[in-house]
Structure formats: structure tokens, C-alpha cells
Ligand binder design. Structure first.
Ligand SMILES: [Zn+2]
Length: 281
């Protein structure tokens, strides 16, 4: 499932290729992609528009259009946005939409599970910022995300730290994989009460979140299941994961066997020695 690093990889690639281009045709093959809007209405609003920018908030990809509108895209589980310089040469098996640009290039939206969504957000850039602020929390790679900000977000919360970090309204863009990796690096058990971390653990966790996300952006994201970047390539972060999907293997730090459990309904991986369990009371 694409998380912040995967969406950021796609954003950076598209930002080099599509701003300044005009959408000459848009085909929506799966009405669910743009529901509750009607596909023909969405198409009518997009065709003829010039792409001004490519941005990101959390896991949302934001294609800025002239006339103060934004096409927001959420890839969810298995969504892929594939850019090709001409018409795509390979058939997309799970085709949901196709965007044609005035230089002959094409963006193809494929999505096996069909949970992905696309919609238009109206408003000037500052109004759009308010729209996103109401939906997603602080960007963990931005200078605004400090250890003190993290402390404030966790303060008083009794839920497991893993569940709290998955809450997009608090920290934007973290998902199952990078939360596991960050908690491991910080030496924090996924079931610790979020508000129970001491100042040293908080600083370690803050650093670990930024470090793991930055490493993943550097690696072009992780291709575990279906993820490919917008050029159809795999990332390499899957080779750098230390605990996620490594149950039964030795911890890279202490050789204790990595364990898989469930937290917040998600498969959760950790080292029982490096990440000591919270006390039972
Ligand atoms: Zn260990």
C-alpha cells in the first residue's frame, strides 16, 4: 500500500514531466473512481485545463490546475499512476482512467482492488491548504514536525502508539510499514500507550520517523505488492526493511526472532527484545 514515500516518489517524477501540459482528453472507465460525481461531469471539468503543479499532502497526490482547482488522487491499496511519453505500450489490466496530455504523453490509472479515488477540489491555493489541514495532520518530513510537536500529538493518549501513528489526522502519510520500521528503530513496542513515552523515547521516535521516511524516499519507495512508481519501476526500500514482513527471522540488531502480532487490525512486526513490552498494568 503506497505510503508517504511512495506517493512522494510519484509526485517528484510527475512534477518533472506534466506541469505546463494541457489535458486534451480524459477517460474514466470506472465510475466508482470519481463517485459520487458523475464521470462525464468530472471529464468536462478537466479537459482543456492546464496543469500548474504537482503536490502532495500525506498520501494524497495533488495535481494543481489553472483556474484554482486541484485534482486530488488517493491511490489507497493498489492504485497506480503510470506516465508514458506516448500512448502506453502495455495494456493496464486494471484500467480505471486515462489522462491524455497535449505533448502526446499519457497517465494511466490502474487499480486492482478499486479502492483508489480521484476528485476535484475547488479553491485558491490558500483555501486548499485549509481543506487539507482539516483532513491530514503535520507533514513528518517538513520542518514543522519537531519532537515537541510529536510530544503534543501523543500527550494524554492511551491508545497503542502504533494505532495513534496510523491516524492520518495527527501525522500525515505514515502507514503500516513505516510505522513498524520507525518503532523498531526507536526501540518502542507497538502496544505502548502513546502518551507514556519518556522524553528520550520521544526524541528517538521523532528521529526514527523522519529517518525511515527519508530513506524510503531516497530508495524510491517500497515495492512489496503492486506498487510501481509513475514510470512503472519498482522501488528498493523493500530490501531495507528491518522488521516489517520479517517474522521468524533474526533481529538485525540483537538476533532475537522477530514476531508478528496484530495492532489496530494491522499485521505488526517487532523485536521483543529491542522493543520491550509495556508493563501489564
Ligand atoms: Zn532486537
Amino acid at each position: 500500500m503506497p505510503e508517504l514515500p511512495e506517493v512522494e516518489t510519484i509526485r517528484a517524477q510527475l512534477a518533472e514531466r506534466i506541469p505546463g501540459r494541457t489535458l486534451t482528453a480524459v477517460e474514466v472507465f470506472d465510475p466508482k473512481l470519481v463517485s459520487p460525481e458523475e464521470p462525464e461531469d468530472v471529464v468536462a471539468r478537466l479537459v482543456g485545463r492546464r496543469i500548474a503543479s504537482v503536490g502532495r499532502r500525506g498520501k494524497y497526490l495533488l495535481i494543481g490546475l489553472d483556474g484554482d482547482e486541484t485534482l486530488a488522487v488517493h491511490l489507497r491499496m493498489t492504485g497506480r499512476l503510470h506516465w508514458t511519453p506516448g500512448a502506453p505500450t502495455e495494456e493496464e489490466r486494471f484500467l480505471r482512467a486515462r489522462f491524455h496530455l497535449d505533448d502526446g504523453s499519457t497517465m494511466t490509472f490502474g487499480d486492482m482492488r478499486r479502492f483508489g479515488r480521484a476528485w476535484i477540489v475547488s479553491g485558491a491555493p490558500d483555501e486548499v491548504e485549509d481543506y487539507w489541514r482539516a483532513r491530514v495532520g503535520v507533514e513528518p518530513l517538513s520542518p514543522r514536525f519537531t519532537a515537541r510537536v510529536l510530544e503534543g500529538l501523543l500527550d494524554g493518549r492511551r491508545g497503542p502508539i502504533k494505532a495513534v501513528l496510523l491516524n492520518q489526522a495527527l501525522v500525515a502519510g505514515l502507514g503500516n510499514m513505516y510505522v513498524d520500521e520507525a518503532l523498531y528503530q526507536a526501540g518502542v513496542h507497538p502496544l505502548r500507550a502513546a502518551g507514556s513515552l519518556d522524553p528520550v523515547e520521544l526524541r528517538r521516535l521523532h528521529r526514527a520517523i523522519r529517518d525511515r521516511l527519508a530513506a524510503a524516499v531516497e530508495a524510491g519507495g517500497a515495492s512489496i505488492d503492486s506498487y510501481r512508481d509513475s514510470l512503472g519501476e519498482k522501488g528498493t526500500m523493500q530490501d531495507l526493511l528491518r522488521v516489517h514482513l520479517h517474522a521468524g527471522e533474526p533481529c538485525p540488531r540483537c538476533r532475537t526472532t522477530i514476531v508478528k502480532t496484530r495492532v489496530a487490525q494491522r499485521g505488526t512486526y517487532f523485536c521483543p527484545r529491542c522493543q520491550p513490552a509495556p508493563p501489564p498494568w
